[in-house]
Design a protein around this ligand. Sequence first.
Ligand code: UDX
Ligand code: ADP
Length: 465
Amino acid sequence: MNKAITKICCIGAGYVGGPTMAVIAQKCPHIKVTVVDLNQARIDAWNDPNTENIPVYEPGLAEVVAEARGRNLFFSTQVDEAIADAEMIFISVNTPTKTYGTGKGMAADLKYIELCARQIARVSKTDKIVVEKSTLPVRTAEAVKSILQNTGNNVQFQILSNPEFLAEGTAVEDLHAPDRILIGGDTTEEGQIAIQALVDVYANWVPKERILTTNLWSSELSKLTANAFLAQRVSSINALSELCEHTGADISEVSRSIGTDSRIGPKFLNASVGFGGSCFQKDILNLVYIARSYGLTQVADYWEQVIIMNDHQKRRFATKIVKTLYNTISGKKIAFLGWAFKKDTNDTRESAAIYVADDLLNEQATIAVYDPKVAEDQILGDLNYLETRKAEKNAELVDVYEDAYACCKGAHAIAVMTEWDEFKTYDWQRIYDNMIKPAFLFDGRNVVNKKALTEIGFKVYSIGK
Ligand code: UDX
Ligand code: ADP
């Protein structure tokens, strides 16, 4: 097992697996990288001759795929064949929060991971290094190991944890120049050899001092901890944004002032309508669940507060809209600019827009949505997933536009939900002229020029001001 890796397989062609493997293939032309997924439509999209149509939107990703695809990067639904062929297998499948049974709403649902482990055990005929790429609760590696070692046929498996720290919207940048690569493995000799094999893959483009190695459990917990710390900063600043609205302080000024303290640093201090994305909430819930399962009530309560604050921030924004519009929005058109959970991605998982829209729909508003990268079926799917009302009702009350000006036409209010750069370039006078007066704008991201818009005539609400 101590020879250099030449064949990698990645199970799961999603927001993590796709970009990560594309960059490994780009940087390591001598390694054959095969990304497999059960979802035929997704694989077909990754193989679309026009790389602009790949299923994950990330700046720069289409170019990376164009460079490596067909050379040493392949996308396929032939999962068994790819596993059998590879020396190293990354597991990058989804691990959503459980929606049933014990740990419902808190624990990670590991059924996809377990299925992968069983599949690897079933088809492997040669020794494999299995790498956990999905974010997982601490000690998942142990479960994977147990399945592999008890069902495999005399094949040796080494399990590594290699959490991915890329942020969506900057995935390619983050993968090209990561702050660090973290690799956890067994402290045995075989474990160390496996770690080295993966270190050697990353060392093709990542400076050695940025590749950290730890034991398995530290690596798994570090990923949850990093996300919990980042989310905590957002909830902390969001908590203070509400205080600012009552005291006359300005949250942007507070963020700037504290961010210059080198111990605090300036990042992740932007007040917003609430954090979203596939990781923050899920990982903190995992942390809370694990802490509770060990009886650590104070630890669990401490981290749970980050989620409670985030839910409060989303609801508070929706309530602000209703109250400002004279306590009734029934039949009023509210235009949403942005649906993605942050700019430069087409991912909408846990996006604040979904929850704010749901609250407004409960008040019988009609919602118009424009997002540069998110399509109508995704938006309706997100709302239907909440099961708050019938799908037909959502389809009746929600209209999706391909043009921001048409979206805002005839609206009583605009809600800016994502910080897309293009929103700053709009002809706001033209938008204003076509709205019902008074024309309200609720800036959930503090991105519009409040002064200029107020001069046009908008009644602007910004978070924390
Ligand atoms: C996060 C982690 O940053 C990344 O390391 C990990 O691998 C996955 O989870 P991601 O969810 O893609 O990445 O995006 P991130 O930039 O962290 O933003 C998460 C959410 O927080 C977004 O909704 C964003 O808008 C929000 N946010 C972020 C704020 O509201 N304010 C901020 O100052 C920063
Ligand atoms: P992430 O953001 O973690 O990448 P995604 O949901 O975007 O998560 O992607 C996970 C992918 O894993 C999905 O495309 C899903 O179809 C795929 N997947 C889940 N289970 C399996 C499996 N057993 N074999 C192959 N692919 C799988």
